[in-house]
Unconditional design. Structure first.
Length: 178
């Protein structure tokens, strides 16, 4: 009897919270990672890509089930690796490069001063540039223009780095535009 009452209470609590969540005026949702990076709405909800996003397409609290499905079936890992299950490359190197530079400003500054490093290698790959050594050398040569003062804003640093990569045709940075 206690077990039945407990199950009934859990069921009613879940049903009530779902109903309240649907009736309440929801605040503006935060943009998905794909929207931030690609500048457009993604094909999946907040649970990300994977089998869960293919089975459960609605938003809200139901995304918990999509995330659980993705995690328990390992479909998200496989989908990201293989480009299946709604896990497609957005081809958004320019925006990805911008996000990468802003998120890694300190490490990137150190690597640019040396002309080599992991962040330069990663930026080269994200921006679709041909040669990491050439990118490092070019950014190192323009260090004072990129970082004119310690107080320069992240946005100015990002704009300087991306314009440097765009302006040097020998770098062949294909995904950040021209």
């Amino acid at each position: 009897m206690r077990k039945t009452i407990w199950i009934a209470m859990v069921g009613m609590t879940f049903a009530a919270s779902t109903a309240l969540a649907e009736d309440a005026a929801a605040p503006a949702p935060a943009p998905s990672a794909q929207k931030v990076v690609a500048g457009k709405k993604g094909k999946f909800g907040t649970a990300g890509c994977g089998l869960g996003s293919m089975i459960i397409s609605s938003g809200g609290i139901v995304q918990i089930f999509a995330a659980t499905t993705n995690g328990t079936s390992a479909s998200q890992t496989f989908g990201i690796t293989s480009g299946t299950s709604n896990c497609e490359d957005s081809g958004s190197g320019g925006d990805s490069a911008r996000v990468f530079v802003e998120a890694n400003r300190v490490a990137l500054a150190k690597d640019i001063s040396r002309g080599t490093g992991e962040t330069i290698d990663n930026l080269t790959a994200i921006a679709g540039c041909a040669d990491s050594k050439a990118v490092g050398s070019t950014l190192q040569h323009n260090f004072k223009a990129i970082f004119p003062a310690a107080s320069v804003s992240s946005e100015q640093v990002t704009d300087s780095i991306l314009s440097t990569l765009k302006s040097d045709a020998s770098l062949a940075c294909s995904t950040i535009g021209g």
